[in-house]
Design a protein around this ligand. Structure first.
Ligand code: FEO
Length: 167
């Protein structure tokens, strides 16, 4: 049975993962209408992953005797100046999510909730992967400069975040 404090912070994460999914959908739509087919395809896939993250939290809360609450999501930004700015926002957002997961990990240790602590390890690993894959994209963008954005866009179409095996 989940303690109320843990249930609440896991529900906070339901909102954050769901918002992440919508944020990446909004970015995908912007990229798609700005001529970046590859980037938009990467973002649509990311949006699906974030939805899966949200579902993992929902299922976990409910299976542990809590109640997952589906929140309203704030509207994500619809426009970006350029692709560099957009990926900088992706990295910033993933760092925020990592911090958020770490706060839950810390609370589970304080509350001696080792079951939830164990559940969170998948997310700890996933966040390392997500941050490094976005950082790799930003590094690539810096290297190629503006003249090769077309090749970059085709390249990224083949890139996917490696995801640890979902249960
Ligand atoms: Fe679910 Fe990208 O954090």
């Amino acid at each position: 049975m989940l303690k109320k404090k843990i249930e609440d912070i896991c529900n906070r994460q339901v909102e954050r993962e769901g918002y992440s999914s919508n944020l990446y959908l909004a970015m995908a739509s912007w990229a798609e209408t700005s001529g970046f087919a590859g980037v938009s395809s990467w973002l649509y896939a990311q949006a699906e992953e974030e939805k899966m993250h949200m579902l993992k939290f929902i299922k976990f809360i409910n299976e542990r005797g809590g109640k997952a609450v589906i929140p309203a999501f704030k509207k994500p930004p619809a426009d970006y100046k350029n692709i560099e700015e957009m990926f900088a926002e992706v990295l910033k957002h993933e760092q925020f999510v990592t911090q958020s997961i770490n706060e839950i990990v810390e609370l589970t240790l304080n509350e001696k909730d080792y079951t939830t602590h164990n559940f969170l390890q998948w997310f700890v690993t996933e966040q390392i992967e997500e941050e490094s894959s976005v950082q790799a994209i930003i590094d690539k963008l810096r290297l190629i400069g503006k003249n090769s954005l077309y090749a970059f866009d085709r390249d990224i179409m083949k890139m996917r975040t490696a995801t640890p095996e979902a249960e």
